[in-house]
Ligand binder design. Structure first.
Ligand SMILES: Cc1cc2nc3c(=O)[nH]c(=O)nc-3n(C[C@H](O)[C@H](O)[C@H](O)COP(=O)(O)OP(=O)(O)OC[C@H]3O[C@@H](n4cnc5c(N)ncnc54)[C@H](O)[C@@H]3O)c2cc1C
Length: 376
């Protein structure tokens, strides 16, 4: 007899949602996490993660984020916790750039309402913004941010209430098929399950050969800057943004949970890393990259750097996710390569991974995420 119906390796953003969905379906589940829950060594910390319909990444993500919104609200209701803050979202850049046009097209394809604002219009409506004339904005009123640590904790708590067993501070060393079951070996023991789900974030390539070389960890840096006028950078006055500028692609959030206006640059310094060896200090050079954009586009927030953190993207070559059942091994499924835009979907990814573990398929359209698409 196996010990569990399913073992989930990695209880971060995606794994916490997966244990939740499996446990709620009555499965006997074990979630294994090498650090604490939550922790700051992976990809799901830093107090906020954007959620938005303006998905320039591809129109296929829109139905997924729609379902994700529903599931986040359900979890909020069930746990009586605030997990999401609606601020509206701004997608900004040169109006003829793919970044801008594709975001607009994704909304159009799914009848999502939005407004196009010129730089003077957005600067007037949200005075924390000071965009130059060449930047236009798509404002979408449903956008906002999730509180990632709270999302993880509440998924885990609800999973435990449904009978899931979660072990933190336990590292999976390896796994192997044993007949039609899977044996998982950790630094504390050996477990047998009917199904294995790997949601190991930046470590996925170390555990699953099928994603090795295609889901590459990259060092990121976040900074929280002290605004001169804090009233301009509150959730009520400052929508979350992603913007394409000549200095790079930046994203940011109003002040919430901790003091300071939060900003990051996507693909910060293009530093591929091993998550176990990464430089987790934040240096003057890192701060300078962030401060440059704050000073130019949000000058009233360009005060002292109050807080800083490193974090990890796990990028695929086309920046779409890798999700599926392993070819030739139907007992094992993997979700990896979230390429810096995955957290908003975590709630629906949990549902998808539970489907894959239970049935080997899902009714969600995950054709964009095929595991074998990089194999020649
Ligand atoms: C700076 C930054 C900003 C971002 N902004 C956004 C945003 O605004 N909106 C958005 O939607 N997305 C955003 N993302 C992306 C999003 O946060 C990630 O896509 C998402 O958090 C990935 O979740 P995950 O579960 O794959 O990884 P994680 O949450 O890191 O979880 C993986 C877990 O697996 C565990 N693990 C790994 N190996 C083992 C092992 N051998 N044994 C046991 N446990 C193991 C790890 O410890 C970890 O807890 C951002 C990412 C970063 C870094």
């Amino acid at each position: 007899m196996p010990d569990y119906d399913a073992i989930v390796i990695g209880v971060g953003g995606m794994g916490s949602a997966t244990v939740y969905h499996l446990a709620r379906r009555g499965w006997k589940v074990l979630g294994l996490e090498q650090y604490g829950i939550p922790h700051e060594m992976g990809s799901s910390h830093g107090y906020s993660r954007m959620i938005r319909y303006t998905l320039q990444e591809h129109p296929n993500y829109v139905p997924l984020v729609h379902r994700a919104y529903q599931l986040w609200h359900e979890l909020e209701d069930a746990s009586d916790a605030t997990l999401m803050v609606t601020t509206g979202s701004v997608r900004a850049g040169p109006p003829d750039s793919p970044f801008f046009k594709n975001a607009q097209e994704s909304c159009d394809a799914h009848n999502i309402p939005y407004e196009i604002l010129t730089a003077p219009e957005i600067n007037k409506r949200f005075p924390g913004y000071q965009f130059p004339d060449e930047i236009s904005s798509i404002f979408q009123s449903d956008g906002g941010f999730l509180l990632p640590e709270q999302c993880i904790v509440n998924h885990v708590r609800a999973a435990e209430e449904s009978g899931a067993e979660i072990h933190s501070q336990e590292t999976v060393l390896d796994w192997e098929p044993r007949g039609d079951e899977i044996k998982v070996r950790t630094d504390k023991g050996v477990y047998i399950a009917r199904r294995l789900v790997v949601t190991a974030g930046a470590w996925a390539g170390k555990l699953v050969p099928a994603v090795r070389g295609h889901a590459i960890p990259e060092r990121q840096v976040l900074g929280w800057f002290e605004p001169e006028n804090p009233d301009l950078f509150r959730p009520e006055t400052f929508p979350v943004f992603g913007m394409l500028t000549e200095e790079g692609r930046y994203y940011g959030f109003p002040t919430y949970s901790v003091p300071g206006f939060k900003i990051g640059r996507s693909h910060h310094l293009l530093q591929k890393v091993d998550p176990d060896q990464m430089d987790r200090e934040v240096h003057d050079e890192d701060e300078a990259i962030l401060r440059k954009a704050v000073s130019r586009y949000f000058p009233q927030a360009a005060g002292r750097l109050l807080e800083r953190k490193t974090c990890i993207y796990t990028n695929t070559p086309d920046e779409h996710f890798m999700i599926g059942v392993l070819p030739g091994l139907p007992e094992v499924s993997v979700a990896a390569g979230f390429s810096g835009h995955g957290f908003k979907f975590a709630s629906v990814i949990g549902e998808i991974m539970a489907d894959l573990a239970q049935k080997g398929e899902t009714s969600h359209d995950i054709s964009l995420f095929r595991l074998d698409r990089f194999n020649g």
